[in-house]
Design a protein around this ligand. Structure first.
Ligand code: PLP
Length: 369
């Protein structure tokens, strides 16, 4: 990590949830700044300053929409603004199931291509689904935070486009930590939230839509108001947002984008990959010492931002988490049906191999004592 981030390492490095993740003091302090009128040149300058930084994270020339919402808001926006038609949801965990549920609750006909938790989707199978019925779009989760599995969204999106189907990507725990190239990969719609690899407080959702997605959305009914991407697009061209922005969070974003720019997005991806590999090496070392630990996701399909590790048989997950906390470190429980048998480490955002080292030693102590 670069110097700007190292400054705060001394008082940073205890909170390893896979969202919200730990936020640096400097970023929190930025939110103390006074309010400004949002229909003003001052706001437009702020909005314009944020765009290049956000675009570098998504690797896009398109405007990046900023909504005062959590990630779910931008999931719903994507569904509401997709042209009418059936949706295929790729499900491999809790959040990909949530995307399917949102589509259903927005009145869509939804089919699911479901694989076991911890697995990723297979391109040949996907192609079979997409040719067996007529779909307008698919939904897919890039980094499935409930398991730590990483889908290859580039290949999934290519497969969709060959068959004339749109691809809506939830990159809530991917963006800013896992490689993501909106324009080069020709993605239609990608969304994320502020509280994961951006290492900001929760409360902002970001998304990018291709020009063709917006043009098609203009013809669609039922886009609603708050999450109308066409409206967000019109406002963005004037350096504005449709409703009152979360100014304090945008001040924090401003500071954080500067740090991300100094580090460089490719370096940020590399740092996340290094942390996932370090976690893997730690698991292997434990196994060599006779500790029955394992990552529930196969190597090569793992997210660089979050690992789900299966605890030794018979070990109480609650007791393990309590012991880790007694060392001043917070890791997450397993998600949903994995709660009793696994735990998750969010090695994302501004964490580094140095802070992760502390987390892993606390986990090792908790397992061995
Ligand atoms: N998608 C993924 C992959 C997530 O990890 C989450 C939250 O953890 C969501 C969607 C929902 O985001 P939010 O809770 O910000 O609405």
């Amino acid at each position: 990590m670069d110097g700007a981030m190292n400054d705060s390492v001394a008082d940073f490095g205890t909170f390893f949830l896979p969202g919200p993740t730990e936020v640096r003091r400097e970023v929190l302090a930025a939110m103390m700044k006074p309010m400004i009128p949002h229909r003003s040149a001052e706001f437009e300058q702020l909005f314009a300053r944020l765009q290049p930084g956000l675009q570098s994270v998504f690797k896009t020339d398109r405007p990046v929409f900023i909504a005062p919402a959590s990630g779910t808001g931008m999931m719903e926006a994507g569904i509401r603004c997709t042209e009418p038609g059936r949706i295929l949801s790729l499900v491999n965990g809790a959040f990909s199931e949530r995307f399917a549920h949102i589509a259903e609750m927005c009145g869509r006909e939804v089919d699911r291509y479901e694989v076991a938790w911890g697995e990723t989707h297979n391109l040949e199978e996907l192609e079979k689904y997409l040719t067996a019925a007529t779909y307008r779009a698919i939904t897919v989760v890039h980094s499935e935070t409930s398991t730590g599995a990483l889908n290859d969204i580039r290949l999934i999106s290519d497969c969709c486009h060959r068959l004339g189907v749109r691809c809506l990507v939830d990159s809530v725990s991917g963006a800013a930590g896992a490689e993501l190239r909106m324009d080069e990969w020709g993605l239609d719609y990608v969304l994320t939230g502020s509280q994961k690899a951006f290492a900001l407080p929760p409360g902002l959702a970001f998304s990018v839509a291709s020009a063709s997605f917006i043009t098609a959305a203009e013809q669609s009914q039922g886009r609603g108001v708050y999450f109308d991407l066409v409206e967000m697009d019109h406002f963005a061209t004037r350096g504005q947002v449709p409703s009152t922005p979360a100014l304090s969070l945008m001040y924090a974003l401003d500071v954080q984008l500067e740090a991300i720019g100094l580090e460089g997005i490719e370096n940020r991806w590399k740092r996340h990959t290094a942390m996932a590999e370090m976690t893997d090496a730690w698991v292997l070392e434990g196994q060599r010492d006779g500790i029955d630990l394992k990552n529930i996701v196969e190597r090569g399909r793992r997210s660089p931002t979050v690992s789900t590790l299966q605890l030794p048989a018979g070990m109480s997950a609650d007791e393990f988490l309590r012991k880790v906390r007694s060392k001043g470190i917070t890791v997450a429980s397993g998600y949903g049906k994995l709660k009793a048998t696994t735990f998750r480490i969010g090695h994302m955002g501004d964490h580094s191999p140095a802070t992760l080292e502390r987390c892993l030693s606390a986990c090792r102590w908790a397992i061995s004592n």
